[in-house]
Design a protein around this ligand. Structure first.
Ligand code: UDP
Length: 391
């Protein structure tokens, strides 16, 4: 039986539920595209991230109609989940959207999907079909994705692999749409329409003539010794060649701050900064010689930009970045990180081939495609099944 046959397929009112930095970056092109269609749009900020989000709303010119302020210090995942459900429900009741859109794998995404389902509102899932294969890693994100996958009526998959994963899980073919990832839209629009701020211009002058390594790390599974040893290896690497320099926007999490303070402070060729605004960060990324990060979104951006990347993780839900030759997975071992950093320096063939931009995660037109589908201006047969599956 088609669970969703009762749903209205052409939404007049769309509600976007978001709450973290990557969700806002990836939803920004959707907000713009939906507004361009003249459709009614309600944006809900669950407030899962606070300080990281405010400058982003400003950058993208988005004013959420509802701010749920769901975050409390030290709150458990269950406490966060129940607050989200409790605060989302009256919004759904008041707004009565025809469709709720969620993105990725956060608590905001999964609770947004459950809240909508309980009110029999169809859910569209952006970045559907990513799987690490391990229900406990990344935790709880892998399970969040799977749960949203069970609820969604529309699955917007970024790659052919994601589409096939959903098909293998029994999701109906005609509810899966291969559209690419809106992060590529966000990245391209930001690089095209903005200029970096003064701080980044000064940073670029400081890095001129040197090889710029950009580092970010904040994933729970790296906290503690693993993170400290990774950072030590990175410092030694920067010290090993006088033309290497590093910029590291440090995540506010205290575990990250402590490791960075112990391992990376007081080096003339290492700049530690607060998390950067997306405009500044995107421009800086486009000048990187090498990226070292455990971020999911940055794997997609590195691939789109053609920036060699070392991924500080054991596994990735984005194997396309590795398969297309841009990224290498390092895992926990600091020795392996040391070897990979050295290889980036001496293996010019790898560095050159990893420095080609690839459309593996999208071509910058994903939001338009999703809107074409939602508002009935595209048919399934028009979908770009030609978006490449990584070799
Ligand atoms: N990012 C940013 N400023 C920074 C570091 C990262 O704007 O200082 C952006 C980055 O370009 C990417 C997103 O934040 O689009 C990734 O967010 P995060 O690493 O928090 O989440 P993940 O992608 O791992 O879910």
């Amino acid at each position: 039986m088609d669970l969703y046959s009762e749903y209205n397929s052409n939404p007049r009112k769309v509600l976007i539920c978001l709450g973290t930095r990557p969700e806002l970056i990836k939803f920004a092109p959707m907000v713009r595209a939906i507004q361009e269609r003249g459709a009614s749009l309600v944006t809900v900020n669950t407030g899962q991230h606070t300080d990281l989000l405010l400058p982003l709303f400003e950058l993208f010119g988005i004013k959420p109609q509802h701010n749920l302020e769901s975050m409390l210090a030290g709150q458990s995942l269950n406490a966060l989940g129940s607050r989200l459900l409790e605060r989302l429900d009256p919004v759904l009741e008041a707004e009565k959207p025809d469709l709720v859109l969620v993105q990725g794998d956060t608590s905001s995404a999964v609770m947004g999907a459950i809240a909508a389902f309980n009110r029999r509102i169809p859910v569209g899932h952006l970045e559907a079909g990513l799987r690490s294969g391990n229900p406990l890693s990344p935790f709880p994100e892998e399970m969040n994705r799977r749960l949203v996958g069970q609820i969604a009526a529309h699955h917007f998959a970024a790659t052919e692999r994601n589409r096939r994963t959903l098909l293998d899980e029994g999701v109906a073919d005609d509810s899966i749409h291969l559209v690419g990832n809106t992060v590529v839209d966000a990245l391209r629009q930001t690089l095209k329409n903005t200029r970096p701020g003064k701080t980044v211009e000064l940073m670029q002058q400081w890095a001129a003539g040197k090889r710029l390594v950009i580092v970010t790390t904040h994933r729970r599974e790296n906290f503690g010794e693993t993170m400290s040893l990774h950072l030590r290896a990175l410092r030694e690497f920067i010290e090993s060649e006088p033309d290497l320099c590093m910029v590291f926007p440090v995540h506010p999490n205290p575990n990250v701050r402590a490791a960075v303070a112990a391992e990376l402070e007081h080096h003339p060729r290492i700049r530690l900064t607060d998390p950067m605004g997306y405009c500044d960060f995107a421009h800086l990324l486009s000048h990187a010689w090498l990226i070292v990060s455990d971020s999911g979104g940055i794997q997609e951006e590195a691939t789109a930009l053609g920036k060699p990347m070392i991924v500080l993780r054991e596994n990735t839900e984005r194997p396309e970045a590795v398969e297309c030759g841009v990224a290498r997975l390092v895992g926990e071992s600091p020795e392996r990180l040391r070897d990979m950093l050295r290889t980036a320096l001496v293996d010019e063939v790898w560095h050159a081939s990893a420095s080609r931009s690839r459309d593996v995660f999208g071509d910058g037109h994903s939001a338009e495609r999703i809107c074409d589908l939602l508002f009935g201006t595209a048919s399934k047969s028009m979908m770009p099944h030609s978006l490449p599956l990584a070799a």
